[in-house]
Design a binder for this molecule. Structure first.
Ligand code: SF4
Length: 446
């Protein structure tokens, strides 16, 4: 359990030497207790105090990593209940479950399908970043063979089995990948803990309810395995979300032992819609690893998109570089559109222009990553700013005509912009989805 600031203070040297950058030891204690400083910043703390303070300095939720070098997935170390309080930091692993009962052709097709679950969105590559192999056969040989084949995907592996010996045999063929072993339970935890400890792998803990899982986590930790992930999958989506929420809350408040670890869920619903909805709930509510039996792109892409949206820092909108972009083989007569440097806005406009097959310039203005309406309302997208951009060398050298298409949402700017720039202002559609039609009809007739 965590120490409070005053408890921390009692263990510090109390010399107020300021070497840590704080004016007093008490100020440092307060920072330490709230995870805003690390113990290493005080060079004079004694070894005994260091040992006692380790708990206070440790994050409330342990950061746990698994997977091969370069593709390692790290989950946990979250600090808030709500994204807007600060940020969520470690996006969940989203992975598909592959049973060890597939024949060679089916397994090969399944692995190829998993390999294809990688997409570009708003300038970033998103994709399935975990693969789980489940020991459905109950036998060791097919489990090991499937793990061996899945290893070639190069993704972090989860080895799902109820038999510690099977886990051990499977880890033996992918030990360098540092897989996550799933899962120790009430009757098997000692054997699983032994495998995890010997093989230096993280271990998932499962149980009938959260109390049982937390109690087991304490026992497994005492047995020498620190990297744990709690499988809190319950019978219903509601019960699972409740458990995920309880773990996050109790861990952040340091109100219980055995909960300061990331969580894992497995969605096995045969109804694809329900399975998808369950995964969405688990991604939104704190799961660190979300495994599903779904595997088609139309089911996986929205899950990845949801995760990508939640795990961006709300304090720093994702931005693109403000500059003049081109789409297609532009000529000096190609249309020029204006938008903001909010990444989502730019890539939406860019993909619609691309689909129109009308080569075009897109002028992206610096708006601190805000969307069109927000930028306009806060004067970050003013007529003066747009006019200055239109008069810049980069635009006047590339574009021969003097017509600019502004977003429909800022039609109110058109009069002032015409005065400030001397350009002809064309008001585009409000939504980017209207751009293909606009470019093919209005622009080409303009
Ligand atoms: Fe106190 Fe250590 Fe900071 Fe010096 S460096 S003020 S002893 S906490």
């Amino acid at each position: 359990m965590a120490l409070k600031a005053l408890d921390v203070f009692k263990l510090l040297p109390k010399t107020n030497c300021k070497k840590c950058g704080c004016p007093t030891c008490l100020a440092f204690a307060m920072k330490l207790a709230t995870q805003k400083a690390t113990l290493d910043e005080c060079p004079d703390v004694s070894a005994e105090a260091r040992a006692q303070l380790a708990g206070a300095a440790a994050p409330p939720i342990r950061l746990v990593g698994f997977g091969p070098e370069g593709k390692r997935l790290e989950v946990g170390a979250e600090t808030v209940m709500f994204r807007h309080d600060e940020s969520f930091f470690h996006a969940p692993g989203i992975g598909v479950v592959i049973p060890d009962t597939l024949d060679a052709a089916a397994l090969s097709a399944r692995l190829a399908a998993v390999r294809a679950l990688s997409f570009m969105r708003v300038g970033m590559r998103i994709g399935v970043n975990v693969v789980a192999v489940e020991n459905v056969s109950g036998a060791s040989a097919p489990f090991v063979a499937t793990v061996k084949a899945a290893k070639d995907l190069g993704l972090p592996l989860v080895l799902i089995t109820t038999q510690a010996a099977h886990a051990d045999a499977a880890v033996a063929v992918c030990e360098a990948e540092r897989p996550l072993i799933h899962a120790a339970s009430g009757s098997t935890w000692e054997a699983f803990a032994q495998v995890a400890k010997t093989r230096k792998c993280p271990l998932a803990i499962a149980g009938p309810d959260l109390d049982a899982v937390a109690a087991l986590a304490v026992q497994v930790r005492k047995a020498g395995v620190d990297d744990l992930i709690l499988d809190v999958s319950a019978g219903t989506v509601g019960a699972t979300v409740q458990a995920l929420t309880a773990v996050r809350r109790l861990a952040l408040k340091r109100k219980a032992d055995g909960v300061g670890f990331p969580c894992l869920t497995i969605s096995r619903q045969t109804d694809a819609g329900q399975n998808f909805a369950d995964c969405c709930a688990f991604i939104s509510k704190y799961a660190g690893v979300v495994l599903t039996t779904l595997s088609s792109p139309e089911q996986i892409v929205p899950l990845l998109t949801l995760s990508q949206n939640l795990y961006t820092d709300p304090r720093k909108p994702v931005q693109v570089e403000p500059k003049l972009y081109t789409v297609g083989a532009v000529t000096p007569q190609s249309p020029l559109l204006i938008t903001t440097n909010f990444s989502l806005t730019y890539y939406t406009v860019q993909s619609e222009v691309e689909s129109s097959r009308v080569p075009a310039f897109i002028g992206v203005l610096e708006t601190d990553g805000t969307s069109v309406l927000t930028a306009f309302a806060s004067d970050k997208l003013s007529s003066e700013k747009v006019a200055a951009f239109l008069h810049s060398d980069v635009v006047t050298k590339a574009v021969a005509h003097r017509k600019v298409i502004i977003p429909g949402y800022i039609a109110a700017m058109s009069g002032a912009l015409a005065d400030d720039s001397g350009w002809e202002i064309l008001v585009g559609p409000r939504e980017a989805s209207g751009l293909p039609k606009y470019l093919k009809t209005v622009w080409q007739g303009a």
